[in-house]
Each structure stands twice: as structure tokens, then as C-alpha cells.
Design a protein around this ligand. Structure first.
Ligand SMILES: [Zn+2]
Ligand SMILES: [Zn+2]
Length: 101
């Protein structure tokens, strides 16, 4: 997952956002072309605050998170990121699963 995904991730348990991230392993990817700043809409993980015209959002797009630990600041739930995929359980009452019937 790109670091910028933190902008749209929320806790499936209580809906809090943004989640705190502790990066275990990451990869830098080349961001080509001009990055429209800010990329993030509500939360910029590169600065840990609200995005603005001077946010270093090239960081949000250029950091591929391979393994990390996500923590909900509200209810304390913890979620892993493994192989670049956030292991969030689907929110209760919403069918996020594809197939599986
Ligand atoms: Zn950003
Ligand atoms: Zn929560």
C-alpha cells in the first residue's frame, strides 16, 4: 500500500481516522511526472497532519509500505500490513467481501 492510503483508511471497529502507522518495512518507488499537491484530502501521512499546498505528498505516493502496524488512536485496535496489503477486517454490517458466497 502507498503511504497515501492512510488518508482513506479508517478503523473498521469504531470508524476513527487516521490510523497511526508504525512502518516495519517499506520500499521507495519512483514517482514520475508532476505530483498535484496536495494528493491527500484529509490527512497527510508524510507530515502527520492535515494536507496543505506545501505538503510533501510526493512522499505519500513514493513510499510503498510493505509491512507495518496500524493502530487505531480511538479504540486501540491493531492491524497489520503484510506484503503491502492492509489486513483490515471488513466493517461490521457492510459487505466488503468479493465473491465468497
Ligand atoms: Zn500527503
Ligand atoms: Zn477504532
Amino acid at each position: 500500500m502507498k503511504l497515501s492510503l492512510l488518508d482513506v483508511l479508517f478503523c473498521p471497529g469504531c470508524g476513527a481516522s487516521p490510523l497511526a502507522i508504525e512502518v516495519i518495512s517499506e520500499e521507495r518507488i519512483e514517482v514520475s511526472g508532476k505530483v498535484p499537491v496536495p494528493v491527500c484530502e484529509r490527512y497527510c501521512a508524510a507530515t502527520g497532519g492535515p494536507p496543505g499546498p506545501s505538503s510533501p505528498c510526493v512522499e505519500c505516493l513514493g513510499r510503498e509500505i510493505l509491512a507495518a502496524e496500524l493502530t487505531c488512536p480511538s479504540c486501540g485496535s491493531r492491524f497489520g500490513v503484510d506484503g503491502g496489503v492492509p489486513l483490515l477486517p471488513p466493517p461490521a454490517g457492510e459487505d466488503f467481501l468479493v465473491g465468497g458466497r
